[in-house]
Design a protein around this ligand. Structure first.
Ligand code: NAD
Length: 285
């Protein structure tokens, strides 16, 4: 069976719209999200357009700062300082990747941790690592856990979760979130030996590799829950197609439930970004 990310994201946005209305009524605050886009990367432009649209749809204020590709790091840092000090801005997101002359870690470190709705600031990753309250948690990993729970229910304790991928954006934070849910967590990566055997032990298998149709059917335990984070553009019969990191056609016959690509984890990412912005606004108010 498919776990429907589009539907789950729509439900989350409905809940957020209610929280936004409550913030307006009770505290006269309208959560504001500012997205900073440097340069002309076409994929980033589409993504930013979707963010703006969905932010407005839940009743929040959406602002966009578009800067040319040759913007200096110093200028970007000045912009961030203004946004950090702006009371109407509750969430700041700098769209990655940045042009090569700008150091991403310097930029992420300059965003106020309380407004870091991407959850990439060291303060937020540290809070997540320590299991402290108040962490703004990266959006795609949050989406993965919500979708796993959609199928398995809220109690994931004791389940063996295998995560393929150890990036700071997806693999590591998903692992920490599933650990918080009392899963037994294995993180696999490019140097892992016997990957198929390790995956076969998974009750929850999260694929965040960036390789089209990488996970095969005989790696998956019958009945397992498979969360496919991958977004890969490939060409089939001369036509561009979006596929995940899991060989969906074969794996969906073996597993208990799977997130399709597109329509699985993807839609959850923006919905969780809005969720983080509402949380940030609540805390800052
Ligand atoms: P990344 O390139 O930073 O990390 C990939 C990870 O895969 C690495 O940790 C690496 O160790 C592991 N890996 C690579 N080859 C491997 C192999 N042969 N065996 C085992 N592990 C291997 O990528 P990322 O940023 O974590 O993204 C992963 C995928 O998720 C990409 O397809 C990306 O497009 C997608 N993604 C989707 C969303 C979304 O909103 N749905 C968000 C972020 C990333």
């Amino acid at each position: 069976m498919n776990i429907d990310g589009k539907q789950t994201a729509a439900e989350l946005r409905e809940t957020l719209a209610i929280s936004v209305a409550k913030l307006k009524e009770e505290k006269q605050i309208v959560p504001g999200l500012t997205v900073v886009l440097v340069g002309e990367d076409p994929a980033s432009q589409v993504y930013v357009r979707n963010k703006v649209k969905q932010t407005r749809e839940v009743g929040m204020i959406s602002n966009e700062i578009r800067l040319p590709a040759q913007t200096t790091q110093a200028h970007l840092l000045e912009q961030l300082e203004q946004l950090n000090n702006d009371k109407n801005v509750h969430g700041i997101l700098v769209q990655l990747p940045l042009p090569k002359h700008i150091d991403e870690s310097t930029i992420i470190a300059a965003i106020s941790p309380e407004k870091d709705v991407d959850g990439f600031h060291a303060m937020n990753s540290g809070r997540l690592l320590n299991g402290e309250d108040g962490a703004l948690v990266p959006c795609t990993p949050q989406g993965c856990v919500i979708l796993a729970k959609k199928h398995l229910g809220d109690d994931l304790s004791g389940k063996h979760a295998v995560i393929i991928g150890r990036s700071n954006i997806v693999g590591k934070p998903v692992a920490l979130l599933l650990l918080q849910e009392n899963c037994t967590v294995t993180i696999a990566h490019s140097r892992t030996k016997n990957l198929p055997e390790i995956c076969q032990q998974a009750d929850i298998l999260v694929a965040a590799v960036g390789r089209p149709k990488f996970v095969k059917a005989d790696w998956v335990k019958p009945g397992a829950t498979v969360i496919d984070v991958g977004i890969n553009r490939i060409e089939i019969d001369g036509k561009a197609k979006l596929v995940g990191d899991v060989d969906y056609d074969a794996v969906s016959k073996v597993c208990g439930a799977i997130t399709p690509v597109p329509g699985g984890v993807g839609p959850m990412t923006i919905a969780c970004l809005l969720k983080n912005t509402v949380e940030a606004a609540n805390r800052l108010s």
